[in-house]
Ligand binder design. Sequence first.
Ligand SMILES: Nc1ncnc2c1ncn2[C@@H]1O[C@H](COP(=O)(O)OP(=O)(O)OP(=O)(O)O)[C@@H](O)[C@H]1O
Length: 447
Amino acid sequence: MAGPSPALILNALPGDAHALAVGFSGGVDSSVLLDLAGQCGHPVRAIHIHHGLSPDADQWTDHCRSVCQRYGIDLQVVGVRPRQQGQGPEAAARQVRYQAFEAALAEGEALLLGHHADDQAETLLLRLVRGTGPDGMGGMARVRPLGKGWLVRPLLDQTRRDLKAYAHDQGLGWVDDPSNDQARFDRNYLRHHVLPTLTARWPQAVSAITRYASHRRDEAQATRPLVDRWLAEHALFNGPAGDEAPGAIGPLPVESLAAEPIPLQKVLLRRWLTVGGMAVPGSQQLAAGRAMLLEASADAQPQWAWPGGRVTRHRGYLFRLPAQWPAVPAPLRLRPGAAQAWGDIGRIVVGRRVAADEGLWVRPPRPGDRLPIRRGGHTPVKERLRRAGVPPWWRHRLPLLVDGSDKPLALIDGSATGEGPGDDGLFFAPARLPSGPDWHWLGPGRG
Ligand SMILES: Nc1ncnc2c1ncn2[C@@H]1O[C@H](COP(=O)(O)OP(=O)(O)OP(=O)(O)O)[C@@H](O)[C@H]1O
């Protein structure tokens, strides 16, 4: 592997990145990165996050200022204090740091971070001993979207020793963070005890481990489109055409899933949960959940719950259930030409000529509600919803149109696209909740 050079950055950049922002802590790795970035021919700036955690923090910021001044590179200093919520100070600092990076990135800008091969090997070993799934073994990504730009780690194939040698050769100055050695206990145990033992016996251990991570990432990148295609073909897709936002994949049909080999079922389930915004369970939990959901008798309604979410089976489909149910909305007096909030669940969009002087209301269905039918007579609302395939847990949250004396008139059709209803219509535009309830039954005409 060739040593540090600007080509590492140029080769790692996504095609449309046209400006570089170096995450500059003042440590040796990001000092090398800054030096290389300045030789790439792209506009460069640096971002330093001042956490104020160490008594030396001001000195590091001063150091970063003077280095950037020498290079003639703009430095943005962002002061963010970690908010500690049940995590260690390191993890809390990392979380706010990435949020600050994301907010600071401009369109088309690539944030460069100085993670190297030893960091990657430590990450992999840590994940391995703490327990991780196949995606975790891809380690840190070399490139991923971040805010309006990208996060790029061009030094992932360089060892710590390569970077130090470059810094010495080029006469670069840097600061050492002494807290690194105490705060990151597990990582340092690996760094000082485990990796030296491994590399004494197998000198290529670090690059072999990082190569493995790179294979895993390639494999994930190659298979993901196939998995997503399966989901798009089989799991009802409820977004506007071409919308691939998370949550756009609807309930999973049990029959199609069960027809696949078990290892593929697990891959599909894992991905389906991820696109629904759910925390993915560990392998054992996933295997148990899969068996419970797919191997139960046809008329059973098993419910699988793990700390990250819940899935249930209903009439041949698997549904992701939100971690918290939105409250049942309160009755709403309709206003012509308005888009009115239907609790946290969505909006009721009302045409201009609707409800002008009729005193129309919308409220959730109640037991015993009945709707008039065209041939004369009435049908229970519950029966209409059941026939339309609306799962029981949504039936009492849907909008029912009633007149001024609370007499049910109609269920309001849903529209996933949110386009105008015209002057005479009204419809329900469901919100896409973060926990991704499955809205597939809300297509126009189903109400
Ligand atoms: N305070 C900071 N200001 C700007 N950039 C930083 C700062 N701290 C870290 N970075 C950037 O992140 C890179 C990795 O640093 P470090 O390993 O400390 O980060 P981390 O995000 O905690 O990662 P890890 O996952 O390895 O714990 C650095 O080389 C630098 O590019």
